[in-house]
Design a protein around this ligand. Structure first.
Ligand SMILES: Nc1ncnc2c1ncn2[C@@H]1O[C@H](COP(=O)(O)OP(=O)(O)OP(=O)(O)O)[C@@H](O)[C@H]1O
Length: 463
């Protein structure tokens, strides 16, 4: 087929040219030639070759060594070995080492053409297969993230796409949705991935030292600057810097950051010259930056420089179907981290976890599971243990994005409260609605109505 390439390797140049002619008469492809193994490897490092036809006996590097080297370079290349009378042992070894087939010298032209056609076909299949599995794995995972839902597959796909370039990325999403993991994955999958990702937790650094930590300083720049100090942007040279919670940066640092984004230059404190840095910037925020811009608390020009590409993480509510997978993932992870027996959950618990509200998103789910390992001695978590899934954690303002409109937050809080309250109440009464109504001071019918509205599975609680 046009576009295919066959490489013929033999130290007898007349034979090589004869084979080349024969092949080109019958197969529409490019035929390259080499007179020894080294030449062949050189060609393979520069050209895309589909099938190699190599003699088994050659000076300096024999056909078997060449076969091994080809397979370690690119296992998809099909290799056919030419053998001479009396080289049966080598022929057997060639097959063991991954040769596709053998052909005896003097070469029978029909058999050669037949073998080469089959070899090209095999190569196409192997490459297509590799391409398909790569496409599947691209949408199944990214870094250490878990998820199979459509929104998560879209996230993985985008992460792989962003990893191919150097563009500045703004990762957005509510608290605990995996922004940090996504930023790490973009870096790890990029060409810079073998270098360390430098992470700056913006709010954790006091304003007074943020600038000197980011951009560095020269000895004598201020009272305690007794030595030169390499800033985080310099540490991230040829790598990536992750600016977490960028929405919390103060305005003067925002201005300096804007300069880095515009000119790719930084100027350490106490230095009168700037220098270039090759640093890829990934930033994340759970803040409503548009609102901050309106309130003059975030620079609009910086916002547009940051969001050259945006990756938005779905809330756990949007990927509910992934909850069983995530539960499994965290049960496994915490058990192996803490070297404990792996716990499991009853279907009732899983049902509850899939149905409830998660204002703290995946982090809240992870913390809940960590809590079980800390306080629940039983290996199987049942609905009775759900009372431990306590209210204060869910209503904590740390888990609520206070930038959201009041009405939306209020409804969310009431929803969370009601679900928590009912789960705990019905957990106590073992799913007995009459007893629960009595305990809560509600009419049975009103309680039934709320149970239905929130989709609580009372049957599961009874089992
Ligand atoms: N898809 C996922 N697969 C596996 N673990 C996840 C996933 N999403 C989040 N997590 C876990 O949830 C926890 C919170 O994730 P992460 O810190 O990345 O969230 P975040 O969005 O950066 O939160 P914040 O805005 O509060 O900083 C981490 O322990 C992370 O490992």
């Amino acid at each position: 087929m046009a576009g295919d390439t066959i490489l013929v390797v033999d130290d007898e140049s007349d034979l090589v040219h004869g084979l080349r002619r024969t092949i080109r008469m019958d197969i529409d492809c490019r035929v390259l030639t080499a007179e020894n193994g080294f030449q062949a490897l050189d060609i393979l490092s520069k050209e895309a070759v589909d099938v190699v036809l190599a003699d088994v006996l050659m000076p300096n590097m024999d056909g078997l060594t060449l076969l091994e080297r080809i397979k370690s370079l690119d296992p998809a290349v099909t290799v056919i070995i030419m053998t001479a009378y009396g080289t049966i042992e080598k022929a057997v070894e060639a097959i063991k080492k991954g040769a596709y087939d053998l052909i005896q010298k003097p070469v029978d032209e029909d058999r050669l053409i037949h073998l080469l056609r089959k070899g090209l076909e095999l190569n196409r299949l192997v490459r297509e297969n590799a391409r398909l599995s790569e496409a599947v794995s691209r949408t199944e995972t990214a870094g250490s993230m878990v998820g199979r839902s459509r929104p998560m597959r879209a996230v993985f796909e985008k992460i792989h796409m962003l990893a191919q370039s150097d563009v500045t990325v703004l990762v957005r999403g509510d608290t605990g949705t995996g922004k940090d993991l996504a930023a790490q994955a973009i870096h790890q999958l990029s060409r810079r991935g073998h270098r360390k990702l430098i992470t700056v937790n913006c709010p954790a650094l006091p304003e007074s030292i943020l600038e000197s930590e980011l951009f560095g300083y020269r000895k004598g720049a201020f009272t305690h600057a007794t030595d030169d100090h390499l800033g985080m942007f310099d540490q991230a040279n040829h790598s990536s810097i992750f600016l977490d919670e960028i929405g919390d940066l103060n305005l003067p640092v925002q201005t300096k950051l804007l300069r880095v984004l515009q000119d790719k230059e930084i100027r350490p404190l106490g230095c009168n010259r700037s220098h270039l840095v090759d640093t890829r910037i990934i930033a994340a925020t759970n803040r409503n930056l548009e609102l901050k811009i309106k309130e003059n608390r975030f620079r609009e020009d910086l916002f547009y420089r940051l969001k050259v590409a945006t990756l938005t993480m779905p809330s756990l509510d949007q990927i509910r179907e992934d909850i069983p997978l995530l539960v499994d993932h965290f049960l496994e992870r915490v058990a192996s981290e803490q070297d404990k027996a792996r716990k499991s959950v009853t279907p009732g618990v899983l049902n509850h976890l899939v149905g409830r509200q998660w204002p703290g998103n995946t982090r809240q789910l992870e913390n809940l599971i960590r809590g079980w390992y800390a306080v629940v001695p039983d290996d199987r978590i049942s609905t009775a243990h759900l009372a431990e899934d306590s209210l204060p954690a869910v209503c904590s303002t740390e888990l609520i994005d206070l930038d959201k409109p009041y009405q939306e937050l209020k409804e969310q809080a009431i929803g969370v409260f009601t679900l928590e309250y009912l789960n705990r109440l019905l957990g106590k009464t073992g799913g007995n609605v009459s007893a629960a109504a009595q305990l809560s001071g509600m009419k049975r019918q009103s309680l039934q109505k709320i149970i239905r509205r929130y989709g609580i599975d009372v049957q599961q609680m009874r089992s």
